[in-house]
Structure formats: structure tokens, C-alpha cells
Design a protein around this ligand. Structure first.
Ligand SMILES: [Fe+2]
Length: 291
């Protein structure tokens, strides 16, 4: 039996080029370019870190664990993407906005698409635990004109820093979540409780790994918003508490100066509480990269 054609030799230095060349006949050039880039960078990491086979098995076991940690309430892959700054970088590249528009940030791992629609003025704290916070905001365009009937989805952690989907046995379903529509003046308001900052989940493989490496896992207190309006680029963003001591070390790179709000202490109906007034500025869809 005659031997088949000899495979070209490869070694530590030439393997990446060989891999990239194998895509030369690819039908989908974009996919081939992306795969070649990802894999050749992975090779670069391996050449730099020089893992043993046992080390590499640990890496594969970690990725397997990340997948197993995901279910309908928990998204460990999103957490990994957020904590290594990949989500923030993708947002930065894809959502360039005019300077005065509200910046986009990551949605984070606790977003739920099925939050209930509520009338303006509703209280989204279903268990009433925490210090009262009255949120009042206006949604406007770059010229300051009201955007009526914008859809505003909000979600937040409770006063202990936990989202309802982290504590399905302790918090009512959809606690601290709601979807509102702006009125004719572009305004909406609702009642809630003041959120606490939190440590990102450290009970799963991602948190454990980064914690072991000494990476800060804190997030300053914030509210999440996704705002959609016909003809405008959708905003997915946060509003942060200016007084939070961890404002400068947000674990998922979400803090921007335009997104820092003043949580003002008030006395409402004889009860101490807090108030936040904020303005969201939307760019026309054609002025931004996304819709
Ligand atoms: Fe959050």
C-alpha cells in the first residue's frame, strides 16, 4: 500500500499558520476570519502561559462547569463575559452615540425579558423591604423634546443587593422589576426601594475563579434600564448611586460619568426616604449603531 500524501510538518511556531491556512477554501469568509482570529489568539495564550496537559484539563473542566451552572434563572456565561470586560467592549464598539446621548452599558446577567407592564406610579417593591425610593425620570431626544410612549424596562437588586431571580425562595417573582410607558411629556415615575451595591455571584465557577485570583467582584448600587422608542436607538443602561464607595471599581466596567445619579434624601408622607430624578437622552436610530 502506497503511503498517502505527507501532511506538512508543524511545530509550536507554525501550527497557528497551518490552522489559518486550512480556511483558505471556506465558503463563509467572515466565519473563517473570526475563527482563525480567535484560535490563533488562543494559540498565542498557550505559547505564553505554557500549560501542562493537566492544567489544560482544568481549563476545560472550568468551561464545562460554567455551562452546567446555567439554567433558566442563571446565566454564568454572561457573567463570565461581563467580568472579563468582553461585554463592555462589545457595547463600546457597537453603540457609539452622539456625545450628549445617554451611553449604553451591558444588561448584566439578571435581566428578564418577561417583566410585568405597570401603570406609571406603581410600586415595584412587592415585599416592601428596604428604604423607600421614588424614581422620576424624563426620556427626551437630543434637542430636549419629550419622547412619549417610550417603553422603559427597569430591574434592580433589593436592599441587600440580591435580584429576585437569585432568591426565588425569598423574594416574590418579578420583585423590583417593571415595564412602564412614558407620558406625553416623556416622563415616568415609580416607587421602589433603594438598591444596595453587591458582590457579583461568587458561588459559581466564574466568581470562584476570579475571587481566587484576587479580582474585585463589587458592583456599586445601581438601577438598570432598557428604553425603547420608535425611531430611536435602544438604550440599555444603568443609573448609579453617586455616594456608593465602590463607584470606581465596578466589576463589569459599567460606570460612566453621565450615568451617575443623585439619590437625594427626602421625607415623604412623614417617612424618610430617597428620591432620584434622572434624564435619559435618546439618539435617533440613524445616528447610532443599533436600534
Ligand atoms: Fe445589576
Amino acid at each position: 500500500m502506497s503511503p498517502g500524501p505527507m501532511a506538512p510538518p508543524f511545530n509550536e511556531d507554525t501550527l497557528s499558520d497551518t490552522f489559518a491556512q486550512r480556511f483558505s477554501q471556506a465558503q463563509d469568509k467572515t466565519l473563517a476570519r473570526i475563527l482563525a482570529a480567535v484560535v490563533t489568539h488562543l494559540h498565542e495564550v498557550i505559547r505564553e502561559v505554557r500549560p501542562t496537559p493537566a492544567d489544560w484539563q482544568k481549563a476545560i473542566a472550568f468551561l464545562t462547569e460554567v455551562g452546567h451552572a446555567c439554567d433558566e434563572r442563571r446565566q454564568e456565561w454572561v457573567l463570565l463575559s461581563d467580568l472579563v470586560g468582553a461585554s463592555a467592549l462589545v457595547e463600546e464598539i457597537n453603540s457609539r452615540r452622539p456625545k450628549s446621548a445617554t451611553p449604553n452599558t451591558v444588561r448584566g446577567p439578571f435581566f428578564r425579558a418577561d417583566a410585568p407592564s405597570l401603570p406609571i406610579g406603581s410600586d415595584i417593591s412587592l415585599d416592601g423591604v428596604g428604604e423607600r425610593l421614588d424614581v422620576s425620570a424624563r426620556v427626551e431626544d437630543l434637542d430636549g423634546h419629550a419622547i412619549a410612549n417610550a417603553e422603559v424596562t427597569t430591574w434592580q437588586a433589593n436592599a441587600q443587593g440580591f435580584y429576585e431571580n437569585q432568591q426565588p425562595d425569598l423574594q416574590p417573582e418579578f420583585n423590583l422589576r417593571g415595564v412602564f410607558r412614558t407620558d406625553n411629556d416623556g416622563r415616568f415615575h415609580y416607587r421602589t426601594v433603594k438598591p444596595a451595591g453587591y458582590r457579583v455571584p461568587d458561588d459559581g465557577p466564574v466568581g470562584k475563579l476570579l475571587d481566587a485570583a484576587g479580582y474585585p467582584l463589587r458592583r456599586p448600587a445601581h438601577l438598570h434600564f432598557v428604553i425603547k422608542a420608535a425611531g430611536f436607538a435602544t438604550i440599555a443602561t444603568h443609573v448609579y448611586d453617586r455616594n456608593d464607595p465602590h463607584l470606581c471599581e465596578d466589576a463589569i466596567f459599567g460606570v460612566k460619568p453621565e450615568l451617575v445619579g443623585d439619590f437625594e434624601q427626602i421625607n415623604a408622607d412623614g417617612m424618610p426616604g430617597w428620591r432620584l430624578d434622572f434624564t435619559f437622552v435618546m439618539a435617533r436610530a440613524k445616528q447610532g449603531a443599533d436600534t
